[in-house]
Every structure is written in C-alpha cells, then in structure tokens.
Design a protein around this ligand. Structure first.
Ligand code: NAP
Length: 302
C-alpha cells in the first residue's frame, strides 16, 4: 500500500507527484496511455510563467524527467474499477489491484468528436485530433481545422506554416481563444476563416478528399477540397468509473472546489477533470500542488 495513488500522468498528475513525494509521501502514478496528457499535443506553449516558449512535447519530457528523477514510479495500465469509500482505497487494473490511503484523480479529458458522417470512417485517414502529431503529413496541402477555442486557432497557425491553405471552420461568430491568438490567425494570409458554419459530412474514397459545410443561418452548403480535417472542438471528461461514488456535475466533471477535495475524504481531484472555470496548463499544475498538499495533510491526520 502507498500513501497516494495518482490517476493520470498529465500536467496535473505529475505536478501532484512532485508535491506528494517532496511532502514525504509514497507515490504511485497510474497512466492509461503515454505520460503528458493534453499538452503533448500543443505545438507551442507560450503562456506558462517563467518559460517564454516551449513545445508541449519538451514540456512533458522535462516534467517526466523531473518526476522520475524524484523516484516516483509510473505504471502504464488502464483502470477497470475503483473502491474509494473505505479508508484503504482500492484501484483495480487488468490483473492488478493497487491500494492507497489517498487517491488523486487527474485523468484529464478526452477529445470531443463532431459525430458527423465520415468522422469515424476517416479517423487516421485524414481526420485528426492532433495537429502537432499529424500536421507534418499535410505539408503543401489544403486542410481545415474545426473549432473556435485556443486549441483550434493554435492548430490553424501551426498548420499554416507548412500547409498551402488552412480553412478554420467555426460554428459561432465569436472566438473563445485569447485575443493575441485570434489576431494572429486573422493576420495569417493562408488561413481562411469560415464562421457560423458546421461540418455536415466528411467525404472521400480511401482517404479524406473534402468536407461539406453548411452555413448556420443562410443554410447554403459549400464543399472544401481538403486532404485533412483537424477537429479541435474541446474536451469531455471521462468519469463514468467514478460516477457511482463521486459527485459529478451535469457535464460529467468531478465536483470540487479550489481545495480539490471531493465528497469522499481522502479522494482529491486535480486538473481538467474537476469542475472549474479556467482549464489551463498553469491551473492544472496548481491543482496538482494543492491536491498533493491536501493529501499529505489527510495522511498526517489519519
Ligand atoms: P474550448 O475552449 O472548449 O473551445 C471549443 C470550441 O469548439 C468552441 O469554439 C466551441 O464552439 C467549439 N465546439 C464545441 N463543440 C462543437 C461541435 N460539436 N461542433 C463544432 N464546434 C464545436 O476547447 P479547446 O480549444 O480545446 O480548449 C480547452 C481548454 O484548454 C480551454 O480552457 C482553453 O483555454 C485551454 N487551452 C489553452 C491554450 C493556451 O492557453 N495556449 C491552448 C489550448 C487550450 P462555441 O464557441 O460555439 O461553443
């Protein structure tokens, strides 16, 4: 048994690991995929205090080295079940059971899908959810990005460096992305902004050849001949496993305040998977620090 099990090795989880091990706790991190979480998909991070510019990949590698350098063990397994209410918490993975005095849930959120015809069929064949991972395959080609938040606009800027043309399709008129990024996109000569429009269908043979979009008010349709479509329409929490014991909000986020405490003593939540207003790299890291500090206090008192 360890003092704390951290579920997820993204920024929140790895920050929690740093604070927990430095508070003298024994720590185990369990990650389903590759360590790093969402930020690994971000081409460039320019808003983390003290680091003027870094790629998401480099940021993650630095964090990983920092955490493993402190002696934290990370195991790569998918969680199948949790028993969080008893004083000793149990986390079940395929073939293993892990026990801890406290649990910090930092499982992030997954990419939201368009759910339009063609999206599933062309996944990996022109439909991508990660410009930083797949953008290089589209050098010199025409592509589109869907979304109106920071991710979509940053992806559009990133792709515009190497693609011939980038269409940015947004269902609304106002962007959620910050002003600096919006202005940069507007000034980019090979990005065409298409507002108030929805992707109706993704078309092609073996690979994507076009998308059909529809204007949301005038209802006219337009075909864009593109070989890639980058979907960046936000994230969705993946908290079904916790829904019988933890309080979730209507959108599926685990309910907790700035102290990262859930409705179960000894169970904390950090990062994008928590109810919160600002989901940023820096707030994920801050949550990790808070949750680990709370976990250390809980261990000291029980
Ligand atoms: P987001 O901010 O939630 O934006 C999602 C965008 O997708 C919105 O413009 C939304 O449109 C649109 N959308 C949602 N569902 C859609 C659908 N079914 N069809 C078409 N469009 C749809 O998501 P995000 O850009 O992934 O960012 C997630 C969080 O990470 C945010 O808090 C963001 O600030 C943060 N982030 C920060 C940075 C940075 O600071 N450098 C970089 C990346 C992400 P509506 O606007 O009409 O709702």
């Amino acid at each position: 048994m360890v003092d704390v099990i951290i579920l997820g090795a993204g920024t929140a989880g790895l920050s929690a690991a740093i604070y927990a091990v430095r508070a003298g706790l024994s720590v185990l991190v369990i990650e389903k995929n590759y360590h790093g979480g969402q930020i690994v998909n971000t081409p460039e991070v320019e808003n983390y205090p003290g680091i003027p510019r870094i790629t998401g990949f480099e940021f993650v590698e630095n964090l990983y080295q920092q955490v493993t350098g402190l002696g934290v063990e990370i195991v790569y397994e998918e969680i199948r079940g949790v028993d969080l209410r008893p004083a000793v918490k149990t986390i079940s993975a395929a073939g293993h059971e892990y026990q801890a005095r406290t649990v910090i849930i930092a499982n992030g959120a997954a990419h939201r899908h368009l759910n339009c015809p063609g999206e599933e069929k062309f996944a990996g064949k022109g439909v991508s959810y990660c410009a930083a991972c797949d953008g290089a395959f589209y050098k010199g080609q025409d592509v589109c990005v869907v979304g109106g938040g920071n991710s979509a606009l940053e992806d559009a800027l990133y792709l515009a460096r190497t693609c011939r043309k980038v269409y940015l399709i947004h269902r609304g008129n106002e962007f959620r992305a910050n002003r600096v990024t919006v202005n940069a996109v507007k000034a980019c000569p090979n990005v065409e902004l298409i507002a108030n429009s929805t992707v109706e269908e993704i078309l092609g043979g073996d690979l994507v050849e076009a998308v059909e979009i529809r204007h949301n008010m005038q209802f006219h349709k337009r075909r864009l001949d593109v070989s890639g479509i980058f979907v960046a329409i936000g994230l969705e929490p993946q908290n079904q496993l916790f829904s019988s014991s933890l309080r979730l909000d209507g959108a599926g986020y685990i309910v907790a305040g700035e102290d990262c405490k859930t409705n179960i003593p000894g169970v904390f939540v950090a990062g994008d998977t928590r109810t919160k207003k600002v989901r940023q790299l820096v707030t994920a890291a801050a949550d990790g620090a808070v949750a680990a500090t709370e976990a250390a206090q809980y261990c000291a008192m029980t």
